[in-house]
Design a protein around this ligand. Structure first.
Ligand SMILES: [Mg+2]
Length: 202
């Protein structure tokens, strides 16, 4: 099934709703390693993205570029910049595909988003960052079936797999005893924001 601007609008609206409920949990995860603002920052960025007329855009590429611009305008933070980078990469991929993205294309598209975020964030797979979540999602979508539920499962599995490992980049790398056994806040955010259905109490 070809993705529509309505599908993209629905995805943004759902993530925006999720972050409003998970803000404090994400801040708490970040407070263990950093300044405790991951939830509040993502809430601001997603609120700005939710205001974009995504469904009314001329095509997927135009919609994603407007989302990237809204994210960039709202944040000066590193994670917000990565959200914008991911949206911009989606826009480029959609444009190259003539604005026709099928479910089976999503593995390749998320893989491109992962590469762009890795390059922008100067981190690699294995560092315990959002890159490990995006890499896991890209592989799961490529293996199929390419569904949102599959992406959510991959994000959760990556979170579980990396919990016991130390973070290898940023400020957190200097305190391996703090990051070992703790969720990376960015990885947690991806898992929570992709979650479908009723939200469990934290
Ligand atoms: Mg922070």
């Amino acid at each position: 099934m070809t993705m529509t601007t309505h599908d993209l609008a629905g995805f943004v609206a759902q993530a925006n709703e999720a972050v409003q409920q998970e803000e404090q949990r994400l801040n708490a995860a970040d407070a263990k390693l950093g300044d405790g603002d991951t939830g509040s920052m993502l809430r601001r960025v997603l609120a700005a993205m939710a205001k974009v007329d995504v469904a009314g855009a001329a095509g997927l590429s135009e919609a994603a570029m407007a989302l990237a611009q809204a994210a960039m305008k709202e944040t000066g933070s590193s994670l917000g910049t990565l959200v914008a980078t991911a949206a911009m990469t989606f826009a480029k991929e959609a444009k190259a595909a003539g604005n026709r993205i099928e479910a089976d294309d999503m593995g390749r598209v998320v893989s491109a988003m992962c590469d762009a975020v890795a390059s922008r964030g100067r981190a690699a797979t294995g560092d315990k960052t959002v890159i490990d979540s995006l890499d896991a999602i890209a592989r799961a979508l490529s293996a199929g079936p390419a569904t949102l539920a599959g992406a959510e499962r991959a994000a959760r599995d990556a979170l579980d797999a990396f919990r016991a490992l130390p973070c290898k980049v940023g400020r957190a790398r200097m305190f391996p005893e703090k990051s070992t056994g703790a969720d990376d806040p960015g990885m947690l955010a991806i898992a929570l924001l992709l979650a479908q259905g009723p939200r469990a109490e934290a």
